[in-house]
Design a protein around this ligand. Structure first.
Ligand code: MV4
Length: 681
């Protein structure tokens, strides 16, 4: 076994690898960019070396510099993690030439699987099933159209050199074929410098099922079963699980055998994933092979009880596969949710910023521990920032259950206990996804999120009376908790005001609240009249009068640590309130609620006045301006498109209005927070 390895990555995967290395007594060398000088992965390793400035091109992608560091530190091997250099054939070859073991497959296998048409040809020869289609060299439009006709519409035209959904055209009928082919070829030439295409039968409801394989240097290969990664959005995986719902023993064995054949056909070594798309009836076809450890490997670890990084290290150091196929077994069900710094409400724009508050559910970290069914893999801590330079993933939350329903319940509970303030996250969205009907019924395919949009991405609605009541109780209890002994009567901080319920009983006060996601327009405010009376505990009893005339009595209010418990009518509650500027977050309910509280004594939030200014959610480049000054637009209409973090983001109108000034033209670089345009209502 190695005694020292270099980890050529950052974030959660660098920490994940360091964790196993430490357990096995292997020394670790970290590398970092200027943005990561204080990152968790640097802290978790034994040595750390600077690569360069924050952009990956000037740091984590500097293969030669990384090899120099490996040689200088005496590291015998390099673990590339995923992304960055993990599937870079040139780097794998350079490591080999430098006498340093690349923890991954041989460069020839990376190369063979990297070329789409070539890999399909190899797979066909190895007997791995492919989507019925034409993958040939003759690219004449007449022949392609004829092939399409023969396989039957709808068909899919794909750029041979493409990937990740780029350069694909769905064609419904023969009449549309010629135009779609021409457009696909144009895009392929522009994006990949190669206009060759392939034509396949189009599967309308595909599932993404992938098989984890491991091969050693003695030519042995096993499969560690499947993962279902169908729940994705624009080719970004959102939820992964293992085993795949509805998988039969026969199908599993057939897919496993096909994956092993695929790996053997390219002389594979180490960890790899063979991706298939599957039809509703279970028929499956090879898509591509990922020649690295994948983000979602923990679900396989949870159902097999194995540490896949340990397997990688053993195999790379020349040991045989730790277990034979017959010894591998599936126990229970595991689900992974990717927690991202992004805003589902605004089209999933990444949200950069500081993790001002970060509290996770009870969990173990990084490695499998069957006695702990909740695991979190994360490279960030409270106080760290999510920068625009790298993938905005905050954490992977992985749960295990004896069956799928138990795992779903555990995931829903864990998501509800996750507290993240300082930036927008997809945690609530994931919570809705987990308990959505199609997900719970395992009606999975790659279109699930889009089809269930209405439920998964609801418009912010008015707060119901229960939430209003609990929010009022929490706001007042927090005021009491934070009130200084000698409050300054002139302070603008509402927490300095005690509102004197002790001094003059009874006391009435009006609280205005609105759903945090709603626009701060006057009509969004909901009013509540609160009257206080002395309770038996330190906190008052409250009578809350709603606009409709109904009342709620809040009694037995008390703090139990950071939780506020009490009775709303006869309904017991226990919640954890957290205040972030004018927003009150209520955790611990079934779900997280965010309530904006308007305190006439407090300082008016800048957000209210600036609502008509649309600001850049992140630094980036303007790539399209879709409106002009003076134009009237409808709510939801696309206004402007930005490119940031290698993705396109469309800015939509938050309400009906008229476009004011447009300070940025196409091509302009904008800073985070820059006013992109103003909208008059
Ligand atoms: C397909 C398909 C349906 N029919 N091929 C998307 C990415 C690229 N690598 C291949 N992809 C697809 N190919 C045929 N013949 C549907 C997809 C597809 C998809 C595949 C896997 C995971 C997610 C996906 C999301 C949308 C479309």
């Amino acid at each position: 076994m190695f005694t020292k390895i270099l980890i050529a990555n950052r974030g959660e995967i660098a920490c994940r690898i360091a964790s196993t290395a430490r357990r096995l007594g292997i020394q670790t060398v970290a590398v970092y960019s200027d943005a990561d000088a204080q990152a968790r992965h640097v802290q978790m390793c034994d040595e750390a070396y600077r690569l360069g400035p924050a952009p990956a091109r000037e740091s984590y992608l500097l293969g030669d510099k990384i090899l120099e560091i490996a040689q200088a530190t005496g590291a015998q091997a390099i673990h590339p993690g995923y992304g960055f250099l993990s599937e870079n054939e040139t780097f794998a070859q350079a490591a080999l030439d430098a006498g340093i073991k690349f923890i991954g497959p041989p460069p020839s296998a990376i190369n063979a699987m990297g070329l789409k048409a070539e890999s399909k040809r190899l797979m066909h020869e190895a007997g791995v099933p492919l989507v019925p289609g034409y993958h040939g060299a003759d690219q004449s439009p007449e022949l392609l159209a004829q092939q399409a006709q023969a396989m039957g519409f709808p068909v899919l035209i794909k750029a041979s050199a493409g990937g990740g959904g780029k350069g694909m055209r769905i064609v419904q009928s023969a009449e549309e074929f010629a135009a779609a082919l021409a457009s696909c070829k144009r895009e392929a030439a522009a994006s990949f410098g190669n206009e060759d295409v392939l034509v396949e039968r189009y599967l309308t409801r595909p599932r993404h099922i992938e098989i984890q394989v491991f091969a050693d240097s003695f030519g042995e290969c096993v499969y560690l079963f499947e993962r279902d990664c169908s729940v994705q959005r624009r080719h970004q995986k959102v939820i992964e699980e293992a085993p795949a719902p509805g998988m039969t023993q026969e199908r599993r064995a057939a897919m496993g055998a096909a994956a092993v054949a695929a790996a053997k056909a390219v002389g594979y070594e180490g960890a790899g994933t063979v991706e298939f798309i599957a039809e509703p009836d279970g028929r499956f076809y090879f898509m591509e092979m990922n020649t690295r450890l994948q983000v979602e490997h923990p679900v396989t670890e949870m159902i097999t009880g194995l540490d896949l990084v340990e397997w990688q290290l053993r195999i790379a150091s020349g040991e045989p596969l730790p277990l034979k196929q017959e010894a591998l077994q599936i126990h229970g069900h595991a689900i992974e949710a990717r927690i991202y710094a992004e805003s589902p409400e605004t089209g999933f724009l990444p949200s950069t910023g500081t993790l001002n508050h970060l509290r996770t559910p009870h969990a173990t970290q990084f490695v499998v521990d069957i006695s702990h069914p909740v695991r979190i893999d994360s490279g960030v801590r409270e106080g760290d920032t999510i920068s625009p330079f790298y993938d905005p993933m905050i954490a992977k939350l992985i749960v295990w259950g004896s069956d799928r329903n138990a795992a779903i319940q555990r995931m829903a509970n864990a998501l509800h206990a996750y507290e993240i303030l300082g930036l927008k996250t997809n945690v609530d969205f994931l919570g809705r996804l987990m308990t959505s009907k199609p997900f719970m019924e395992a009606d999975l395919d790659t279109g699930l999120i889009e089809r269930d949009r209405a439920h998964l991405l609801p418009e912010p609605a008015a707060l119901d009376d229960t939430v209003l009541s609990l929010a009022a109780a929490a706001w007042i209890a927090l005021e009491q908790k934070h009130a200084p002994k000698n409050a300054d009567p002139l302070s603008a901080d509402p927490f300095d005001k005690r509102n004197g319920w002790r001094a003059t009983l009874p006391l009435e006060r009006t609280l205005q609240m609105s759903a945090a996601g709603s626009l701060p327009t006057p009509s969004a405010w909901q009013e509540l009249i609160v009257s206080y009376s002395a309770g038996r505990s330190a906190l008052p009893s409250l009578t809350l009068r709603h606009t409709k005339g109904t009342t709620t009595c809040i009694g037995s209010l008390q703090w139990i640590g950071e939780h506020l418990s009490g009775l709303a009518g006869s309904q017991a509650f226990q919640l954890r309130p957290l205040r972030e500027a004018d927003t009150l977050h209520l955790y611990g309910l079934p779900g997280h609620q965010a309530v904006r509280v308007f305190d006439p004594l407090g300082v008016r939030s800048a957000q209210g006045q600036e609502a008509s200014r649309l600001t850049a959610p992140m630094p980036g480049k303007v790539i399209a301006v879709l409106v002009s000054p003076g134009q009237t637009v409808k709510k939801g209409e696309p206004l402007l498109v930005m490119e940031a973090m290698k993705m396109e983001h469309t800015i939509h109108a938050p309400a009906d209005g008229k476009v004011g000034e447009l300070p940025f033209a196409v091509g302009a670089q904008v800073q985070e927070g820059a006013a992109l345009l103003s909208l008059q209502s």
